[in-house]
Write a protein of this length. Structure first.
Length: 149
């Protein structure tokens, strides 16, 4: 993707160089450099939207993974449904959502899932199930006694 962004920046610089005065040419050069990060994000959004659209037409799903700053589209076969942590009337249904996460949180979730040897999806389902389950009052979870000093 970096080469595409560089090509767009060169095109913008070439358009700015058509201006008659040097100040406009310099302003155009600075603007094209400043747009680099914005272009990266916009192109990543386009690739992500394409992956979502493609995922609707295949049995698995298409993920966007970053290799450095370059996105890659990766086909993932459907995994077996994770074991439900609590029984409920809606367990037979399946839903899909799109979630945008800060990069640091995404990396932390991926690391946690890898430590447990499960997919990110399974890890998220388990974490959300635990966080929405009513608190349990199991005996043995409390420490009782006294201490003398």
């Amino acid at each position: 993707m970096a080469h595409h962004i560089h090509a767009i920046q060169e095109d913008l610089a070439a358009a700015a160089s058509l201006a008659a005065d040097e100040a406009t040419v310099e302003a155009g050069r600075r603007l094209t450099q400043a747009l680099g990060s914005s272009l990266q994000l916009r192109l990543l959004d386009v690739v992500s939207e394409a992956a979502l659209a493609l995922s609707d037409s295949v049995p698995g799903r298409i993920e966007v993974r970053l290799s450095g700053r370059d996105p890659e589209l990766v086909y993932i076969e459907e995994e077996a449904e994770p074991e439900p942590t609590q029984a409920g009337a809606d367990d037979s249904f399946s839903a899909r959502i799109t979630l945008r996460l800060p990069e640091g949180l995404k990396a932390s979730i991926e690391a946690a899932a890898a430590r447990e040897g499960i997919s990110v999806n399974s890890w998220l389902v388990r974490a959300l199930s635990r966080s929405t389950a009513p608190p349990s009052r199991r005996p043995g979870n409390r420490l009782q006694g006294f201490a003398q000093g």
